[in-house]
Design a protein around this ligand. Sequence first.
Ligand SMILES: Nc1ncnc2c1ncn2[C@@H]1O[C@H](COP(=O)(O)OP(=O)(O)O)[C@@H](O)[C@H]1O
Ligand SMILES: [Mg+2]
Length: 286
Amino acid sequence: MTEVCIIYDKVRFEEKALYDKATDKGLKAQLVDAKSITVGTDSKRADFALGDVIMQRSVSHYRGLYLTACLEFLDYPVINRFQVAETCGNKLVTSLVLAKNHIPTPKTKFAFSPEAAMEVIRKQGLPLVLKPIVGSWGRGVFPLRDEETANMIIEMREENDSPLSRIYYVQEMIDRPPRDIRCIVAGDQVITAIYRYSAETEWRTNVARGGKAELAPLTKELEDMALRAASAVGGGILGVDLMEDKVKGLVVHEVNNTVEFRGAATVSTTDIPGAMIDYAVSLVRK
Ligand SMILES: Nc1ncnc2c1ncn2[C@@H]1O[C@H](COP(=O)(O)OP(=O)(O)O)[C@@H](O)[C@H]1O
Ligand SMILES: [Mg+2]
C-alpha cells in the first residue's frame, strides 16, 4: 500500500486536509514534524520510515528547503523538489526564470545598493512596488507612491540585519482590478482557479491579509499560462499567481512553492487536497 508522508513544522488546515484525504483514499499516511528529523552524510533511506513519497509542507521556507535537500539525498521523491523550492522561494530568481521562458510578468528591476535602488525608482517613475526577495503573505510588499516614502523604506531595508534585505526588487505597479488570480497546479493539471479580492483597507490581495476568495473561470489562456509558469520553475504542486493588467492582460507575478488552499477550498468545486494526493501517488516509482 502506498504511504504518503506529510512533513510539517506547524499543522495548518492544509496539512490536516492532505492527511485526511490520503487516509480517505485508503492510503497509508503520516504527519511528521520537520523539527524532529536529523540526517547525516552517512544516512541511508533504510534508516528512515518516511513512506513512498514526501509532501514537504514546512511553513519555514529555509527549514523546508534544506530538509528537502537532505531527503533527496536519501532518494525520497519530494514535492516539491529542492530546485523548484529554491526557485519559487526567491522572487528575484522566479522573475528571471519567468522572463527567460517568455512568460508575461511585471517589468521588474533589481538593484544591489540603496543608491542604485533610488536611481531605478527615479528612472522608472512612481508608483512602483518594492518587495523582499524572500517572503510570503504579502509581508514587506510595499506600494511606493512618493519618493520620500520610498527613500525611507530603502533606508530601513539597508539597516536590516538580513543580507537579503539589501537586495532591491522594484516592480512596476500593475493597474489591475482589486483582485488577483491564484491557480493551483499539480503536475500538468490546473486544479482550481480563484480570484482573491483585497480587504477593504488593504491593497494586497493575500488571503493572509483578509483577502476574499471567489471562484474564477478557468479560461484556456489562464490555464495555458499557469501550466507554462509551473513548468518553467520545474513543476510539482504549485500556486501560480497572476494579475490582470488593464493593458497587457494576464501577467504572472509569483509561483508559490508550499501552496496554501484554505481560502480556495471554501469556494472551489474541485477536491483540491484529493488532486494533490493523486499527484503525489503518481510520483511513486512502480
Ligand atoms: N506589481 C504589482 N502591482 C500591483 N499589485 C501587486 C504587485 N505585486 C504585488 N501586488 C499585490 O501584493 C500582493 C503580494 O505580493 P506578492 O508578490 O504575491 O508577495 P507575497 O509572496 O508576499 O504574496 C499580491 O497578491 C498583489 O495583490
Ligand atoms: Mg503572493
